[in-house]
Design a protein around this ligand. Structure first.
Ligand code: ADP
Ligand code: MG
Length: 380
């Protein structure tokens, strides 16, 4: 655990940002993005782009690799982190970076500060990075098969987390206040509480048990299941109040497997209390007890954050497939970058103009005020 390497945030230019974003856009459909395609999307002079790319390789924000059919660039973790953190900084949501405070199954957690130096929590989603080879291949819009990338999964994961947290917070559920998100990063209130993994004794186990079961039921009546309701994702304040965190795997009570996941959450609490706090109760909720009072699930789907049913399915599948697979992302030296001007190009004017539009949207979005500073929190 350490600090985020953010020195690079200070000296990279708008053109660097543009080139990195161009690679990001290209990676939606290419595992490696050929130099000329990067230049075309970034819409900068080709020679200039080559120079920028060399520098970005040196900074390890991108790597140049040889593929089976062609060579090209791809973003590294650091490059993707940079894009998100730079965006959050430009938006005024973050002004300085601090230490790592936690590491979850699929994330790194840091303390950062907002523009009034208040400490807030930054969660970097790392989903898929460790398991993307195991995830089913998908077809892009040319019908070519490619792997679902960690970029894509981490981004949906963060977006879902933000959307659920916002809907829950608005309904006064005990969750951190969501502040902003960008790409695979979520900013939220820094909770002043301990994860239950660190809580070895409870003053009033019975009352916390009841609170947690009531929370599961209240979620269910609102149309959702947390799906990972365990001692890592439950925090307890000094007053003994529970705070729920970690939302990307949440699902609707209308999901075909809803009952299974509901029961699993309930069993998780019962087991935890029996094992750790020596507390057992016959009083626990059943899925059939639920009475729908709200449509939080539907609201999240319509929130306009731009994730579809298909993305949701990809993500939930990924969560269920994650096993302890070794980290496959290497930040080692790539190939020496080359810029092949007349490279066989399999991308059309239409594709390029599509990417360019996405790039402009992405860059415009970066400069827009974060939701916590405007009334209109629904974007795109
Ligand atoms: P993962 O999805 O990787 O499991 P979590 O959201 O569960 O990540 O966070 C991992 C750990 O980081 C938590 O167990 C908790 O200790 C800490 N943490 C997460 N969010 C916050 C927060 N808002 N405030 C304080 N600590 C947090
Ligand atoms: Mg967790």
């Amino acid at each position: 655990m350490g600090k985020l390497n953010v020195t690079v945030l200070r000296y990279l230019t708008r053109d660097d940002f543009r080139v990195l974003t161009a690679i990001e856009m290209g990676m939606k459909n290419h595992e490696l993005v050929p130099g000329p395609l990067v230049a075309a999307i970034a819409n900068l002079k080709a020679g200039g782009v080559h120079k920028l790319l060399r520098e970005l390789c040196k900074q390890k924000l991108v790597t140049y690799e040889r593929g089976k059919k062609y060579d090209g660039y791809r973003l590294t973790n650091t490059g993707y982190d940079y894009l998100a953190l730079k965006s959050l900084t430009l938006r005024g949501s973050v002004s300085s970076f601090g230490n790592q405070i936690g590491v979850g199954k699929e994330s790194n957690i840091y303390v950062v500060a907002d523009d009034e130096t208040n400490p807030i929590c930054l969660k970097l989603h790392r989903l898929g990075r460790t398991c993307f080879r195991k995830i089913k291949e998908k077809r892009d819009y040319h019908g070519r098969r490619h792997k679902v990338s960690w970029l894509y999964l981490s981004r949906i994961s963060a977006t879902r987390e933000y959307a659920y947290m916002k809907a829950l917070y608005d309904r006064k559920f005990p969750v951190p206040k969501p502040i902003d998100f960008n790409r695979h990063c979520v900013l939220m209130e820094l909770v002043n509480a301990y994860p239950m993994t660190q809580v070895h004794e409870l003053e009033d186990a019975a009352s916390l048990y009841d609170d947690l079961m009531n929370l599961i039921v209240r979620l269910g009546n609102s149309g959702v299941i947390h799906g990972d309701f365990n001692e890592f994702n439950l925090m307890v304040t000094d007053e003994g109040k529970a705070i729920l965190i970690d939302f990307p795997q949440m699902m609707s009570t209308s999901h075909p497997d809803a009952e299974f996941f509901f029961n699993r959450d309930v069993i998780c609490v019962r087991e935890l209390f029996r094992r750790k706090y020596n507390y057992e109760s016959d009083d626990y909720p059943k899925f059939t007890d639920l009475e729908r009072e709200d449509d939080l699930d539907a609201e999240v789907h319509c929130s306009g954050y731009g994730f579809t049913k298909e993305m949701e399915a990809d993500l939930l599948q990924a969560y269920h497939e994650i096993e302890d697979v070794e980290d496959e992302e290497s930040e080692e030296e790539g190939e020496e970058p080359k810029f092949i001007e007349n490279e066989q190009s399999n991308y059309s004017e239409k594709e390029i103009s599509n990417y360019r539009k996405q790039l402009e949207t992405e860059i415009k979005f970066t400069e827009k005020a974060p939701p916590s500073k405007t009334d209109d929190s629904i974007r795109r």
